[in-house]
Design a protein around this ligand. Structure first.
Ligand code: GDP
Length: 139
């Protein structure tokens, strides 16, 4: 079993797709270990996406991620990191496979409905950034 970190992004929450996305995740074998709805502060979003700080879209990405509520999740299943990336689809919804969350719900390469950690090490860091050890150990 592996745990990965995911965010239902502001576009998907605002457009009323959160329930459908949670349902899709469960249908794909993910167990919701921890979940919290919140609105990210500027510094939380900047810290979370620090790896992209030099990219031209950084300011726009931070503005988007702080514009309204998000849903933070810890998701468990076998091969969770890789499997979530599969279920999410490509970063740009124009390139996302049919049936993926981004193909179904994303508005653009930026407003693309869901985040999922890209590697087990990243997942561990991102989970720790948003959740306490107690939240992550509930079963
Ligand atoms: P991910 O791992 O598929 O989420 O993609 P990345 O780690 O490369 O990028 C992080 C997030 O930045 C993406 O999910 C998008 O919300 C946003 N993003 C990525 N590439 C672009 C881009 O070329 N333009 C804009 N405006 N946003 C982007």
């Amino acid at each position: 079993m592996q745990t990965t970190f995911s965010i239902i992004k502001p576009d998907a929450v605002a457009n009323g797709h959160a329930g459908k996305i949670l349902s899709l995740l469960e249908a794909n074998g993910f167990r919701i270990v921890a979940l919290r709805m919140t609105r990210l502060s500027q510094s939380q979003a900047e810290g979370f996406y620090a790896v992209h700080a030099a990219r031209p879209f950084f300011a726009s990405l931070v503005k988007f991620m702080t514009e309204s509520s998000v849903i933070l999740m810890a998701l468990e299943r076998e091969d969770a990191v890789l499997k979530l990336r599969e279920v999410m689809g490509a970063t740009n919804p124009a390139n996302a496979a049919d049936g993926t969350i981004r193909k179904l719900f994303a508005e653009s390469i930026e407003r693309n409905s869901i985040h999922g950690s890209d590697a087990p090490e990243t997942a561990a860091e991102e989970l720790k950034y948003f959740f306490t050890g107690i939240e992550l150990s509930q079963r």
